[in-house]
Ligand binder design. Sequence first.
Ligand code: HAM
Length: 417
Amino acid sequence: MSSGGFLPLQGMSDIAPPEVGLWQRVESEARRVLPLYGFEEIRTPVLERTSVFTRAIGEGTDVVQKEMYTFEDRGGRQVSLRPEGTAGVIRALCGLGPEFAEARVFYIGPMFRAERPQAGRKRQFHQIGVEALGGPSPAADAECIAMQMHLVEAWGLSGASLRLHTRGVTTDQAAVREGLVNAVRPHLDALCEDCRRRHEQHPLRILDCKNPGCRAVVDTLPQAMSFMAPESRAYLDEVVRRLATLGVAAQVDPRLIRGLDYYEHTIWEITHPALGAQDALAGGGRYRIELDGRAVEGVGFAIGIERVIMALQGTGVKIEDYRGRPDLWLVAVGERAAGENLALAQQLRRKGVAVGLDTSGRSVKAQMRIANRRGAPWVVVRGDDELAAGRCQLKDMAVGAEQSVTVDELTARFVKA
Ligand code: HAM
């Protein structure tokens, strides 16, 4: 065995029973809710040409600079494990042709970022994401956000809050950068080393630095929005107004910046108090991505599944409640009954009943113990006498009461119409 023993790589996790039951519930709710808004699933490769990400996400972002798993494949191509879903999905949709110009798609799957692992921050994590292609429209942005809040509610996750801001249009970005660079310059000495380095290239990133010195400087700066065109502010106001009509409460937060370069206009984040320091449950925004000379516009978001699971647990959801349980457990007294039970199990399973049984010839006591451990609410016991009479003993595990029933009665009771 290698030095890692049975453990996965640092920052990566196995998702095993019983936890996987809650994951399945989270994913199946997404598969139920998102199609209500006309979204269809798309599955793209986890490995892409590196340029798919560098161009879309931005050369200067932390994700591209420090966090991508990039390597040369056997054919000498630069490839990367996807750090997020948007870039690959846009590449795929562009390749599908003009009828996908207004596509609405969702995806569920693993993403990879070589970040320093800590609570809530993984190197392989999972996202449920959506992308809706189409040009700027406050109604489309509001609909997308409202859909996301609907999904969060469908999971039973109360206490999530939505913060919203704008990146402005592409032509605002130079003015915002210049305005902030000038405003920050007199305070450089008070900034942390990272922010001093970022100042010229990425002044926006100073706005969400957690360092207390930087925060104090940020409090004195003019808001990024003050450097934007009036249309950009009007667009944000319209998104907020539409959200209000959809019953979604949003807080406009001038500190919100988002770490990906493709955004323009609306950006947002959903946080949850049960998450601790890494409190972002989800992030999204409107974007414009240039691919092979074509500009693709759309709006979307991604929700971190690990964080949804953490937040659900933090609000009292018990993983054990999501463990798959059999409807019924068959216990055999003797070899003949063991054979008959296997056939009965197969018949019932084909009719949609979850049936468990032991196939290794254990004692009746051991079979009962396993049935109990697996949480079977009902146990059927059969031996030679029961087989001869065409009956079985049906035991209610919660109260211990037993009754004799025919196989037909048993079937009628457990097979749902
Ligand atoms: P993002 O904010 O980078 O956005 O990631 C979205 C969510 O993924 C985060 O809010 C968080 O829940 C989860 N997440 C990110 N990194 C990690 C990590 N290292 N460990 C655990 N969870 C993590 C995007 O990825 C954009 N593609 C969203 C988007 C779609 N914008 C428009 N369309």
